[in-house]
Design a protein around this ligand. Structure first.
Ligand SMILES: [Zn+2]
Length: 128
């Protein structure tokens, strides 16, 4: 009999913890591969291929570089979201909307375990 209001059962909390932990490992692995690509690109760049940028044909080094750094930034954001979600599980606030405090809903959490807002608040946030 829980003394605090909970939106999830213990089994669900474990399920989401495992899903988030798996996600964290996956992001870490992707970051490792991306770091390798970034250092390759950095080497190629300092290899005197600066003229690439003036070549209208094919992908340029600059485009590859900005794509890689964009992916790098996305992974950082994802890692932060996953880590915040894991700490909300620790704190017992996981599954509650960070804005209105209502339960986010298990279906939404299954699709997006690091969701911080309920569907209503997420829609309202997107509308602005
Ligand atoms: Zn909400």
């Amino acid at each position: 009999m829980p003394s605090v209001r909970r939106s999830l059962t213990d089994a669900q909390r474990r399920e989401f913890h495992d899903a988030l932990e798996a996600r964290r490992q996956e992001v870490l692995a992707r970051q490792g591969r991306l770091d390798a690509s970034l250092s390759d690109a950095r080497e190629a760049r300092s290899d005197g291929q600066a003229d690439d940028e003036h070549d209208p044909e094919g992908p340029t080094m600059a485009a590859t570089w900005s794509q890689l750094t964009g992916m790098h930034d996305d992974l950082e954001v994802e890692m932060t979201e996953v880590e915040h979600a894991l700490s909300r599980i620790e704190a017992g606030t996981f599954g509650l909307c960070q804005r209105c405090g209502k339960p986010i809903g298990v279906a939404r959490l299954r699709a997006r375990p690091y969701a911080e807002l309920c569907i209503d608040c997420a829609r309202a946030a997107e509308a602005h």
